[in-house]
Ligand binder design. Structure first.
Ligand SMILES: [Fe+2]
Length: 215
């Protein structure tokens, strides 16, 4: 329904089951609400998305859980791409990312973590994590190593560059890997984010060069 832009229908259908999620673990609970939040994003009801983030997603999350962290980060980023001020919510999440710095369970998750660390201004942790990603490639099998080196690490650099407002670097890093993002994990709905970041980087880089040209 989300990919077909059937947001109203999706909300009605998902919310009709919401009372059955009360006893779910936090991953299922927050992920279901994350999907509902995507519908409200589609409807441009950003106030509602923030409210869902604050109540059913991050507030309800097991803050040590990677899946819960990734959902919350993804939502904040999607809101920012639409020009919404998420205030200090990056700082609320970022302390919980510290324990993930050397984990590297899924490259897809790492792309979220580095973004959150960059947005929250934890540059020491961010640099540690980027170095740790490189180091990690030495200890894994050649098949995985290839995806890490050729896709995950450039994508991480592209995400960090976007978070820091260096849009030309973001475009240069993300463009070559867009067609290979399925190699790094996550669902279709989750990976859409990286294409959106890339598109935003393209537009923002154009705006920046226009501003330089007229100033
Ligand atoms: Fe999902």
């Amino acid at each position: 329904m989300e990919t077909q832009e059937r947001a109203d229908e999706g909300i009605a259908w998902m919310e009709s089951f919401a009372d059955t999620w009360e006893n779910c673990n936090s991953m299922l609970y927050t992920h279901n609400w994350w999907h509902i939040a995507l519908y409200y994003l589609q409807l441009e009801n950003y106030q509602k998305v923030l409210e869902l983030h604050d109540t059913h997603i991050w507030e309800y999350a097991n803050k040590q859980s990677p899946k819960d962290q990734v959902g919350a980060i993804s939502l904040l980023l999607r809101l920012e791409l639409r020009g919404v001020d998420v205030k200090n919510r990056w700082q609320d999440i970022s302390p919980y990312i510290y324990s993930r710095i050397n984990e590297h369970a899924l490259p897809f998750q790492d792309l979220h973590y580095v973004y959150a660390l960059a947005k929250a201004g934890h540059h020491d942790w961010l640099n540690q994590m980027l170095q740790s990603m490189q180091y990690h490639t030495l200890s894994i099998n050649p098949f995985l190593r290839r995806s890490w080196i050729e896709v995950a690490i450039p994508a991480a650099r592209g995400m960090v560059a976007h978070a820091k407002g260096d849009f030309n670097t973001s475009v240069a890093e993300l463009k070559p890997v867009l067609s290979r993002l399925h190699e790094i994990g996550g669902s279709h709905a989750q990976r859409v984010l990286f294409g959106q970041v890339y598109q935003d980087a393209v537009l923002s880089a154009q705006k920046q060069s226009w501003n330089y040209a007229v100033s």
